[in-house]
Design a protein around this ligand. Structure first.
Ligand code: H53
Length: 809
């Protein structure tokens, strides 16, 4: 589909075949014909990665400014088909493979989907890498190479079971280990003061645990193949073989290996909380490891290129921090500049602040990280001295500027109440702070970060999130993408705004009918996947109504289930009531320790058990939970969906990005006025989206007034009271028991996410929306209007805004 310089890579399918066959001998020492599909995939990926690195070596070397995107999560998804598309060699490779008696599809199916992220934040980072390469800038990722990805989710008796995700079992053909770029990172020990002959002094941190951080580089191929950047992922290894031979000889193998295992633990797992609490010391070690290692390697490269000209560091280097996880970038950069390169303290602070920028992704208080000072200081004694001194000066200055008023100190200081507040640290060291949707940025300015906004309004800005439209439309939805390209050409791959040209087809009945056929094709694909993985049948004649995302109380999957129970009860009560035939699709993981979220997953399975097996509803309603949500099955789900459920309690979802992916794939949004749903509604127009429920300010009023009592609401709403009773009266208990804790969350915790308040409006909105599905042409016209206006949500646009306003590249 793509038009670019792919022909330089393989002159024709024969050339591809020759080069590919050669690789087998080089890499595996055997012939293509002797290999399994897994091995064939591996060799193919190695070949493509090599081609990408050849472009890489020439593409960014001359860049005057480099951006490093620091993120603890990069949820890359499978790369093979994406890279073939971006390199413009899909057709030649597919043809070559056919010639060899296999298929691209077959080999691509062997690829792992590395779970190096939890959800939205990690996927956003991956989309940004793609767009930075597409925009032709030198933009690199810096993250962690976790030995195990986020757990693989299995469902047993309706409950989530977490299994190890051993994503490296067959090797990862895209990466290369760069031993010569390893750096050392030190934890613990003590700070020693040294004095020179003429009264000068300096500090060093000595003793403690020294870890070797080893980078693995993955090439990032931009569409059009003009730029290939890289993602650098760090792995923790013992620095020296401090192997305890005595212990070993005494047969105490555990003690002998302890040194190694303590170090390797740092890069063993990804913490499974998405916008939730992270209180573990190992997490702090991870954060410091990838910050320190990343900065050391940046300084090394800078010095090679510019020498010790640190004054101009921020003219050539941007360090972007994704959430508070890389918050230590500021003090660590200062520490390296002062201790290792002799830069003056004040100057180092200015250099750091000019180079660093920060994106906030959440208003959830539990996700704004804090560490006890004692723990922090013990683990990172030298780093802590920098934080302490910068914070001391900050407090002094603020008190002087505000005539001794301590209000702003309490909210904006870094060290407070015996904790290190990471969001405050991030902001203090940044020249730019951005939110991820209009509403979210306004909430930051007006409430969550309002005191910072008072003090430095000029640093606040909004960058509404975006998604990789090539992956999530072109690649995910081949049927629809083909139709789009036939209508408007291939330009939209390069520039998503060209999707606008589709508006001309909104009254074209032939096109609208073809859209219908394309959607059906994608539904068949999803149905086949679901049948294969779960055994469940999906009726592709029904509406596919989709809510796929992490399980979190504020996202309100519970509200969706209550709606299904409402429809079910009503059908049983009234035989003339016929809701539009619908398949309700859920997918997503809950953090291991998040009991409520896991109970909601169990509830979905219990509701499915009851509804799907009740012949009285004649298959009109069906509930399907797709296990192990990941980038790869997400692509199938988005393409097949008709309705996009975005029903978080208003003010809680910073942006959301599945809303954008679904909009682009021609699903109509049913949502609250939250996060980027608001921008979606502005772009789609009120006719083409269904908004319901309390607005963010109304939600705040409910909380502030203290006059909402869930029990009172239920007393006045028997229909809803009946549904809530079903949680405990045995109606849903057959599969795995009742749901007391959800009942308590509603009645004892008083419905913290206002599920009950929004219920009536939600059901009404769903009924109105689904009634309009019967007139399929008019539905498709509205769906097409959504795709045509979704170009704004390409991450290419988002990245251009970052480049212009924050990074100045
Ligand atoms: O980040 C997404 C947002 C979404 C928000 C999510 C997020 C995480 O996935 C993890 C931590 C965090 O603080 C925020 O919940 O609303 O779309 C990308 O910005």
């Amino acid at each position: 589909m793509a038009v670019n310089n792919g022909q330089n890579i393989f002159t024709d399918k024969q050339d591809f075949e020759d080069q590919y066959r050669d690789k087998f001998i080089q890499i595996l020492g055997k012939y293509y014909g002797e290999c399994t599909d897994q091995e064939r995939y591996n060799v193919l990926a190695r070949l493509i990665a090599e081609k990408a690195r050849e472009i890489q070596s020439t593409s960014y070397i001359h860049a005057n400014k480099q951006v490093y995107y620091f993120s603890l999560e990069f949820l890359l998804g499978p790369l093979l088909e994406n890279y073939l598309l971006n390199l413009g060699i899909t057709d030649v490779v597919a043809a070559g493979l056919e010639e060899m008696g296999t298929s691209l599809q077959k080999l691509a199916a062997q690829e792992v989907d590395p779970g190096l992220g939890n959800g939205g934040l990690g996927r956003l980072a991956a989309c940004f890498l793609d767009s930075m390469a597409h925009e032709g800038m030198a933009g690199f990722g810096n993250g962690m190479r976790y030995r195990y990805g986020l757990f693989r989710q299995e469902i047993k008796d309706g409950r989530q079971v977490e299994c190890t995700d051993n994503w490296l079992a067959n090797g990862y053909p895209w990466e290369v280990r760069k031993d010569d770029s390893s750096v050392l990172v030190r934890f613990g020990g003590t700070v020693v003061r040294h004095e020179g002959e003429n009264g000068d002094f300096w500090f060093s941190q000595e003793g403690g645990q020294v870890v070797k951080a080893v980078p693995y580089d993955v090439p990032i191929v931009g569409y059009g193949a003009k730029t290939v950047n890289k993602l650098r992922l760090w792995s923790a290894e013992p620095a020296e073989e401090d192997f305890d031979l005595d212990a070993f000889n005494a047969g105490d193998y555990a003690r002998a290996n302890k040194f190694r295992s303590d170090v390797e633990a740092i890069s063993t797992i990804l913490y499974p909380n998405d916008s939730g609490e992270h209180g573990r010391i190992l997490r702090l070690k991870q954060e410091y490891l990838f910050v320190s290692a990343g900065l050391q390697s940046i300084l090394r490269a800078y010095k090679d290129k510019y020498g010790e000209d640190w004054d101009h560091f921020a003219d050539h280097v941007c360090i972007h921090t994704n959430d508070t996880h890389p918050a230590m970038c500021g003090p660590e950069l200062m520490r390296l500049l002062v201790d290792e390169h002799g830069v003056d303290f004040n100057e180092a602070f200015d250099i750091a602040r000019n180079a660093i920028s920060y994106t906030n992704h959440t208003v959830m208080p539990e996700a704004l990280e804090k560490w006890p000072i004692n723990t922090f200081r013990e683990l990172l004694p030298r780093l802590y001295m920098f934080i302490d001194e910068v914070d001391r000066r900050y407090k002094e200055q603020l008190l002087a500027d505000s005539n001794g008023n301590t209000d702003l100190l309490a909210s904006t200081a870094v060290l407070w109440d015996n904790t290190v507040r990471m969001a405050n640290l991030s902001i203090l060291f940044s020249h730019s702070v951005n939110g991820v949707s209009d509403l979210h940025t306004n909430i930051l300015k007006q409430s969550v970060l309002k005191d910072f906004y008072k003090l430095r309004p000029e640093i606040f800005n909004n960058k509404t999130n975006g998604i990789c439209h090539r992956r999530f439309l072109a690649q995910a939805n081949t049927a629809y993408a083909k139709l789009i390209t036939e209508a408007i050409g291939t330009g939209w791959l390069d520039d998503a705004n060209e999707l606008n040209k589709l508006s001309a087809f909104e009254n074209d009945v032939e096109f609208l009918d073809e859209m219908d056929a394309a959607k059906r094709e994608e539904k068949e694909r999803l149905a086949a996947y679901v049948k294969k993985t779960t055994g469940i049948e999906m009726d592709t004649n029904t509406i596919f109504d989709t809510q796929v995302k992490r399980f979190h109380a504020y996202k309100r999957q519970l509200l969706n289930i209550f709606k299904i129970l409402y429809l079910y009860n009503r059908m049983l009560d009234d035989q003339s009531y016929k809701p539009a035939p619908t398949t309700f699709i859920f997918s997503g993981k809950a953090a291991q320790s998040y009991t409520f979220a896991k109970e909601v997953i169990r509830l979905i399975h219990s509701v499915a058990d009851v509804v799907n097996n009740d012949e009285r509803i004649e298959g009109r309603l069906k509930v399907v939970f797709i296990p192990n949500f990941a980038v790869s099955n997400a692509q199938l789900i988005y393409a097949a969906s008709d309705i996009s459920e975005q029903i978080s309690v208003a003010g809680a979802e910073a942006s959301g990005t599945s809303n954008m992916k679904l909009m682009m794939n021609a699903a109509l949004t049913l949502g609250t006025y939250d996060g980027s749903n608001i921008e979606i509604s502005e772009l789609a127009g009120p006719e083409n989206i269904k908004i319901f429920g309390l607005r963010a300010d109304e939600v705040q009023q409910v909380y502030a007034s203290g006059t909402y009592f869930a029990q009172n609401l239920l007393n006045q709403n028997p229909t809803l009271a009946r549904i809530v009773n079903m949680l405990t009266d045995g109606s849903l208990a057959r599969l795995s028991g009742n749901f007391e804790s959800i009942h308590d969350y509603l009645l004892i915790n008083n419905d913290p996410d206002l599920v009950l308040i929004d219920f009536d409006a939600y059901v009404k909105a769903w009924e109105e929306l689904t009634q309009s599905y019967a007139d399929r042409r008019s539905w498709n016209a509205r769906a097409l209007h959504n795709t045509a206006n979704s170009g704004f949500f390409s991450a290419d646009r988002t990245i251009r805004e970052y480049m212009e306003d924050i990074w100045h590249v």
